[in-house]
Write a protein that binds this ligand. Structure first.
Ligand SMILES: [Fe+2]
Length: 235
């Protein structure tokens, strides 16, 4: 079929009916789209490396608050009500300005934590293989050097944020950090890429067990990495 391109001035904008918008808003408030995912293991499953109380508060309170606040934040913007979380992240700059900061912080919090639970597992151990291993070795030569570089980046985050291992379109790996709940999918961050690994360095992720010792938390964290998931993320 022949596609005919019309100049943009031929496109009619849809009529926005305020009553319809308010119905959509109240429907969304009753049945919000974004939901807290269940942890893929029990609260105590990552002991002794990540303690049960931290997992419980982190998932049930912090992550839940991000989900609830994201649902509240997008309430006045029906065009985003049924967006996928990935789409929301990769198009964050297009979210209406009056709700963008709340969607960025809480949508980012929801995406980041959903990713984080899956990158840890009680069946951890071993090391990556296949394409991910090759890409890691191509950049850092040994796993020890990669882990050192990753921990250094995670320690360099001032205040709250995340450290990430990301891949570009050609599969080349790099390490980056984001402040607050930003992530490398967002179309507003300095360095974008596909997240392969990510670690939460907000104090709420480690304070109960490690107090202010972020380096000790990071040392423990390597013991619960789900390399199978990291390999799947890398593709
Ligand atoms: Fe967190």
């Amino acid at each position: 079929m022949l596609a005919v391109a019309f100049p943009a001035w031929h496109i009619k904008l849809p009529f926005v009916n305020p009553q319809q918008v308010s119905e959509e808003v109240s429907q969304y408030a009753a049945h919000p789209h974004f939901e807290l995912p269940a942890l893929p293991y029990s609260y105590e499953a990552l002991e002794p490396h990540v303690d049960a109380q931290t997992m419980r508060i982190h998932h049930d309170r912090h992550h839940r608050a991000y989900v609830d606040n994201l649902n509240k934040a997008i309430l006045p913007a029906p065009e985003w009500h049924h967006s996928s979380l990935d789409h929301l992240m990769t198009n964050i700059s297009k979210v209406p300005e009056n709700i963008r900061t709340a969607v960025r912080n809480n949508g980012g919090g929801h995406w980041n934590h959903s990713f984080f639970w899956k990158i840890m597992t009680p069946q951890a151990g071993g090391s990556p293989s296949g394409r991910l291993r090759e890409a890691l070795m191509a950049h850092w030569e040994t796993m020890e050097r990669f882990q050192e570089a990753f921990a250094k980046a995670a320690l360099s985050v001032f205040g709250s944020g995340w450290a990430w291992l990301i891949a570009d379109n050609s599969g080349r790996l790099s390490i980056t950090t984001t402040p607050n709940q930003d992530n490398p999918l967002m179309d507003i961050v300095a360095e974008r890429g596909k997240p392969v690994l990510g670690v939460d360095v907000w104090e709420h992720a480690y304070y109960l067990k490690h107090q202010n010792r972020r380096a000790d938390y990071l040392k423990d964290w390597w013991n619960v990495i789900n390399w199978q998931q990291a390999m799947a993320n890398y593709g």
